[in-house]
Write a protein that binds this ligand. Structure first.
Ligand SMILES: *Cc1c(COP(=O)(O)O)cnc(C)c1O
Length: 432
């Protein structure tokens, strides 16, 4: 007998139906060739939340502990230190019981005052959303519109920095990887523009879709406030976000007028653990995070970055081939600007929802949808976090099956090209 859990999972609809039917009906469904092949491990290929390793889930499956238990206090101390290694900073680190939007708000409220001007460098969806938060907080938000198919407008930014001789702009906000468009912005180059203009604005970077997936060097790139969260490159369940603040950001904090008690760094800098969370620590999530960061450090940050590059190359190779059919194309035009953690594919020749539905219902692969301006016009393949070669090949294979089944014109041999890209990644030394 099946449990109700199976029936609730949309991907298993057909399985449930046929299993409860008489033997004859099962046979007729099978002969019609519509039996899904979805049962098995679901391949979550969306850019957050990402796959949570078993070890991390197991680390969370335990009783709650006393909030003063030594193990918990040690874990908190260790995590705050480990997060410095993840952000590559000597600055202060904070853990919020919040998604990424919470860390965004923490960045702004801790450092700025009502009426302060912030400059948002748009590209895709996410920096814009951060700016909208600033608007509600009473900041004066100025934006440099970006191109959905490329990076932030560097020339316009340079001109604006040079023109702001009175230093009206108090903070510059940018996203390293825009998860909607799939672009990578050049954070050190943006910093260099600020430095060349000798502009003192705080430099705030959203590394939510990039930290753990590619180079992120908070101190080397003179980032003042860096934010990320648990459910993307850091392989944890959604619900925690992380922030790191430079000494310059901490100095700005002392004069900030937007401070509120929940986000406030001053309280969180106090030694008591309940202060660090403005109340009860999220114990289980902290144990889970300890396990996920252990996995990341065991692999090595640089190796994790290289893994993301290798897997992205496989996805890009497949999409390059599929695109030859004329029904789809990369959203990000320049190959060098494509993200190592997520690929956004425009679908002028078909309805992307049909592709996603087919892959999910019949192959158990969950592809990402287009969001923001790309809603209904794109799909996304994530290669982010706890992800390896067979997971990427499985996702690409299922996508290719769906393209064939739906008669969507595409170049043939996408998966083959992905395999070739992976072989190239390993190189001849791998066999030694
Ligand atoms: C996912 C994401 C966010 C939002 O994070 P939430 O946890 O959904 O609030 C912000 N920025 C980027 C770049 C993201 O990928």
């Amino acid at each position: 007998m099946l449990t109700s859990g199976w029936a609730q999972t949309e991907g298993f609809e057909m399985f449930t139906e046929t299993s409860f039917n008489s033997g004859n009906q099962v046979a007729s469904v099978r002969s019609a060739g519509t039996t899904p092949l979805a049962r098995g491990r679901e391949f979550l290929s969306i850019p957050g939340p990402t796959n949570v390793p078993e070890m991390v889930l197991q680390a969370m499956h335990r009783p709650a502990v006393d909030i003063y238990a030594e193990e918990l206090l040690d874990t908190i101390h260790q995590l705050l230190t480990d997060l410095k290694a993840v952000f590559r900073t000597e600055g202060s680190t904070y853990i919020y019981i919040a998604n990424g939007h919470g860390a965004w708000e923490a960045a702004l409220t801790n450092t700025l005052s009502r009426g302060d001007r912030i400059l948002v460098l748009e590209s895709g969806r996410f920096a814009k959303g951060w700016g909208e938060q600033g608007d509600l907080l009473g900041l004066t938000v100025e934006s440099i519109p970006g191109d959905w198919r490329g990076t932030v407008d560097m020339a316009a930014f340079e001109a604006r920095m040079k023109a702001d001789t009175t230093h009206e702009i108090k903070a510059v906000l940018v996203v390293q990887i825009d998860t909607a468009s799939g672009v990578v912005n050049d954070i050190p180059a943006i910093r260099a523009i600020m430095d060349a203009a000798r502009h003192p604005a705080l430099f705030m970077v959203d590394g939510i879709a990039s930290v753990g997936c590619m180079e992120f060097e908070m101190d080397r790139w003179s980032i003042d406030v860096a934010v990320t969260c648990s459910q993307k490159g850091l392989m944890m369940t959604p619900g925690l976000s992380f922030l790191a603040a430079s000494p310059k950001a901490k100095a700005a904090h002392l004069k900030a007028g937007l401070r509120t008690s929940y986000w406030d760094w001053s309280a969180r800098d106090l030694p008591e653990s309940y202060r660090k969370f403005c109340g009860t620590p999220p114990e289980h999530m902290l144990f889970g995070l300890r396990a996920s960061l252990a996995l990341l450090f065991e692999e090595g940050l640089e190796q994790a970055w290289a893994r993301h590059r290798g897997l992205a190359a496989a996805v890009h190779a497949a999409v390059d081939v599929w695109a030859q059919g004329g029904a789809m194309e990369f959203n990000i035009v320049a190959p060098a600007l494509r993200s190592p953690s997520v690929t956004t594919i425009l679908t002028p020749g078909f309805d992307p929802q049909k592709l996603r539905d087919f892959a999910r219902k019949n192959c158990g692969v969950v592809l990402g949808s287009g969001i923001g301006e790309l809603t209904g016009m794109a799909f996304r393949i994530a290669h982010m976090g706890y992800c390896n070669a067979p997971m990427v090949l499985g996702t690409l294979g299922a996508t290719e099956i769906a393209l064939n089944a739906l008669n969507i014109p595409h170049g043939s041999g996408g998966v083959q090209a992905a395999i070739a890209a992976l072989n190239q990644h390993f190189g001849p030394e791998a066999a030694r």
